[in-house]
Design a protein around this ligand. Structure first.
Ligand code: KE4
Length: 438
C-alpha cells in the first residue's frame, strides 16, 4: 500500500522517454494538455495508477490531483470498474451493432439528469459538443453560436475560438487551420458578462442557434457563474428559441451526481458529457429535450455517427462507475475533503504572503496566483504563471501531482484520505514559503 513520499528517484527515465516520444509524435504527446508547456521541463511518463496515486517510470509515486483531467473520481484501477471492463472484453471489444449496455448506460444518464430525456453516446467530449452544436443548428435552421472566452469545449473547429485549457496555455486560443468562414459564425463574449448577453440578444437573438458554456468553468481555472448571468442566459435563450447547451463534460457526475445544473437550478436544453461518464475509457454523450434529440439521424435528419460509439468496454466502465456513484454517493465525503484542502492551501498561501484566490465547486478547485477574484478570461489571464510553475514543480518534488497549468482545475478522488489531504497541505506550505521570496 503506497503512502505519500517525496519524488526521490529523479526523472531521468521520463526525460529519455520524452526525448524518444518527440521523434515520433508532435510535441511528444497525444494531447497538448500533458506537454508541461505551461510549467516547463518535460512531462512525467506514468507506469500505473492505483487509488489516489500515480507511479512514474522512474519509480516515483504521487498523490494525483489531475485524475486523468476528471474521470478518475473513484480513484485509479477501481476493482469493480476493472472487473467490469475485463468481463466485457472477454466477450469481444466492438461489434458495430447495438448492445444492451448502451441502453443501460443511457438509462443511467437519463435517470441522473432530469433535463436529459434522450441521449446519444459518442467517443469523446469533443464529439459530444461538436454534435450538440450541429444538432442546435439543424433543429433551429440558424447558423450563429455563442461561446465564452476561456471556456473549452474540445477541438471542433467552430469551438476552437478563444478556447481555454491547453489552447489558452499555449497561446493558440484561435488555432491556425480554423477558417475565418468557420469562426465567423462563432460569437465570443466574456463569461459572466450579463450586459453583453442582453445587448447581443436585443440585437440578434433570433439569429442565434445555440449558446454553449461550461456552467462552472474548469478550463480557465475554476470560475463560478454569476447567478444573474445564468438566469439571463436561460431567459433570453428561451425567449428567442436559442438552444442553451451546458457543457458538463467536466462537471457532470463530478460536482454532483446530477451535474452542475442540479446545483445551479438551471435546466439547459442540451447537456454534453464526457470523462466520468466513461469511467476513464473513451466515451462522451450529448442529450436533452426529446423534441431536439429526435432531430438526430436516423430519427431525424441531423447526421452524426461513430464506429466505436457506445463501445462495449467503455459502456461497461461507465455503467460500473455511475452505479458506484449513484449507490455509494461519495459526494459528501468529497465535499468535506475539498473544504479542508481549499482552506489548507489558501491558509498556506496566506501564511507565505503569496497573493492568491482559491475558487472551488465540490472537488474541483483552483489556487490562482493573483490578487483579485477571477470571474472571466481577462481576469484569469492576469494570474502569475511563473509562480504557478514553481508551485507545480515544488509539489512534484514532494510527491504531489497537480494539474500542469494555472488554467485548469484540480480534481481528487474518493480514495484520497484525510491523511493524504494533510500531506498535500503540508507540502504546499513548504513550497509556498519558498515562493514568497520570489
Ligand atoms: P475531450 O474531447 O478531451 O474528451 O473533451 C473535450 C472537453 C469538452 N468540454 C470540456 C468542459 C472539457 O473540459 C473538455 C476536455 N478537458 C480537457 C482538460 N481541461 C481535457 C484534457 C486534454 O485536452 O488532454
Amino acid at each position: 500500500m503506497l503512502t505519500p513520499a517525496p519524488a526521490q528517484f529523479g526523472f531521468e527515465k521520463s526525460r529519455q522517454a520524452f526525448e524518444r516520444a518527440c521523434t515520433l509524435m508532435p510535441g511528444g504527446v497525444n494531447s497538448p494538455a500533458r506537454a508541461f508547456g505551461a510549467v516547463g521541463g518535460h512531462p512525467l511518463f506514468i507506469q500505473r495508477g492505483t487509488g489516489p496515486f500515480l507511479v512514474d517510470i522512474d519509480g516515483n509515486h504521487y498523490l494525483d490531483y489531475i485524475g486523468s483531467w476528471g474521470p478518475m473520481i473513484l480513484g485509479h484501477a477501481h476493482p469493480v470498474v476493472i472487473d467490469a471492463i475485463q468481463k466485457a472484453a472477454e466477450q469481444g471489444t466492438s461489434f458495430g451493432a447495438p448492445t444492451g449496455r448502451e441502453s443501460e448506460l443511457a438509462q443511467l444518464i437519463i435517470d441522473a439528469i432530469p433535463s436529459v430525456e434522450k441521449v446519444r453516446l459518442v467517443s469523446s467530449g469533443t464529439e459530444a459538443t461538436m454534435s450538440a452544436i450541429r444538432l442546435a443548428r439543424g433543429a433551429t435552421g440558424r447558423e450563429k453560436i455563442v461561446k465564452f472566452a476561456g471556456n473549452y469545449h474540445g477541438h471542433a473547429d467552430s469551438l476552437l475560438v478563444a478556447a481555454g485549457s491547453s489552447a489558452a496555455n499555449l497561446g493558440v486560443p484561435d488555432s491556425p487551420g480554423v477558417t475565418s468562414g468557420t469562426s465567423r459564425d462563432t460569437i465570443v463574449l466574456d463569461y459572466n458578462d450579463t450586459a453583453a448577453i442582453n445587448r447581443l440578444f436585443d440585437e440578434m437573438g433570433n439569429q442565434i442557434a445555440a449558446v454553449i458554456l461550461e456552467p462552472v468553468v474548469g478550463n480557465m481555472g475554476l470560475v463560478l457563474p454569476d447567478s444573474q448571468f445564468l438566469l439571463t442566459l436561460r431567459k433570453r435563450t428561451e425567449a428567442s428559441g436559442t438552444v442553451l447547451i451546458f457543457d458538463e463534460v467536466m462537471t457532470g457526475f463530478r460536482v454532483a451526481y446530477s451535474g452542475a445544473q442540479s446545483r445551479l437550478g438551471i435546466k439547459p436544453d442540451l447537456t454534453t458529457l464526457g470523462k466520468i461518464v466513461g469511467g476513464g475509457l473513451p466515451l462522451g454523450a450529448y442529450g436533452g429535450r426529446r423534441d431536439l434529440m429526435d432531430h438526430v439521424l436516423p430519427a431525424g435528419k441531423v447526421f452524426q455517427a461513430g464506429t466505436l460509439s457506445g463501445n462495449p468496454l467503455a459502456t461497461a466502465a461507465g455503467i460500473a462507475t455511475l452505479k458506484l456513484l449513484r449507490d455509494q454517493s461519495p459526494y459528501d465525503y468529497l465535499e468535506q475533503q475539498a473544504q479542508r484542502l481549499a482552506t489548507g492551501l489558501s491558509e498556506a498561501a496566506q501564511a507565505a504572503g503569496v497573493p492568491h484566490r482559491m475558487q472551488r465547486m465540490g472537488s474541483m478547485m483552483t489556487l490562482f496566483f493573483i490578487d483579485e477574484d477571477v470571474v472571466d478570461w481577462p481576469s484569469a489571464a492576469k494570474a502569475d504563471r511563473k509562480k504557478f510553475a514553481a508551485y507545480f514543480w515544488g509539489l512534484v518534488r514532494h510527491g504531489v501531482y497537480m494539474p500542469c497549468s494555472q488554467f485548469e482545475a484540480l480534481f481528487f478522488s474518493a480514495t484520497h484520505t484525510p491523511e493524504h489531504i494533510e500531506y498535500t497541505i503540508d507540502a504546499a506550505k513548504k513550497v509556498l514559503a519558498t515562493l514568497s521570496a520570489t
